[in-house]
Write a new protein. Structure first.
Ligand SMILES: [Zn+2]
Length: 275
């Protein structure tokens, strides 16, 4: 059972169906107001996403699945020290992948070299399902060795890896989406998984708010680290990075070259017209 994987077609159907449903809901029940044309932003984000998806298909997928098969065969890693039933081992592997992704996310903000790349994801001035796919390809390439280390140290079998990869993609599209859910439903969901309002707080331009809600899947990691915030209404949030609030500075070319050019002072605020 542990050697099985989620079929590729199922992953693709789930991803496309989720994306389509979220875009439909975003049009019907938007959570935050748009400050840029949705079509233009989505086209840009999907262009960034395509380059990233191709990079991962070349640099990660051909190696990480065989690595998980080797982990399974040779019983490498933490979880392989115990003779756990398959369902428990898979559940623990997914939870530990999710927790170590929380740690990686904190690093991408705290380590200036990594922030150069992760910033590309945060400079989007509106957050919707397309933002979930808009990671600079170099950030994803930098995460590949980390992914290999996760698989080896935790002892992740192919089934846990493929379930986590499929579930994570669906979950990150959901929590980046600009969908207004009924507050009671969202509060309930937020006890378990990251929701659009929770992740909106992480994409705020306010430092205290960015430094919260780092989880990508389960909210328990933020809860355990006391970094969970639920107290900021979406209407009070400006999405983006303070140094890049002008839409003309976050066009496709600008965001692709952003990690490789001189970095702005984090407190830099562009001069307003008239001063
Ligand atoms: Zn972030």
């Amino acid at each position: 059972m542990r050697e099985k994987t989620v079929p590729g077609w199922l992953g693709a159907v789930l991803t496309l169906a989720t994306y389509g449903a979220l875009v439909w809901l975003e049009n019907r029940r938007p959570l935050r107001r748009a400050v840029e044309s949705k079509l233009r932003r989505n086209a840009r984000n999907l262009a960034v996403a395509t380059i990233s998806a191709v990079s991962l298909q070349l640099a990660e997928q051909p190696f990480v699945r065989p690595l998980a098969r080797r982990v399974e065969k040779q019983r490498i890693g933490l979880l392989k020290l115990f003779a756990l039933p398959a369902w428990l081992e898979v559940a623990l592997a997914i939870a530990l992948l999710d927790y170590t992704l929380y740690l990686w996310h904190v690093l991408t903000h705290r380590v200036p070299f990594l922030w150069r790349f992760h910033q590309v994801h945060h400079v989007d001035l509106v957050m919707d399902a397309s933002t979930a796919l808009r990671f600079h390809f170099a950030e994803l390439l930098l995460s590949v060795p980390y992914r290999f280390a996760q698989v080896l140290l935790i002892g992740v079998c192919p089934l846990a890896l493929s379930m986590w990869q499929t579930g994570l993609l669906v979950e990150i599209m959901f929590h980046h989406s600009n969908v207004e859910l009924p507050p009671a439903l969202e509060a309930l969901l937020g006890k378990l998984i990251v929701t659009p309002r929770l992740h909106g707080i992480h994409h705020s331009i306010v430092e205290d708010e960015v430094n919260s809600n780092w989880s990508s899947g389960l909210t328990i990691w933020d809860w355990l680290h006391r970094t969970l915030r639920t107290d900021v209404p979406q209407s009070a949030i400006t999405i983006g990075v303070p140094a890049f609030l002008d839409p003309s500075e976050v066009e496709l070319g600008e965001v692709l070259e952003m990690p490789f050019v001189r970095q702005r002072d984090p407190d830099f605020l562009p001069p307003r017209e008239g001063n």
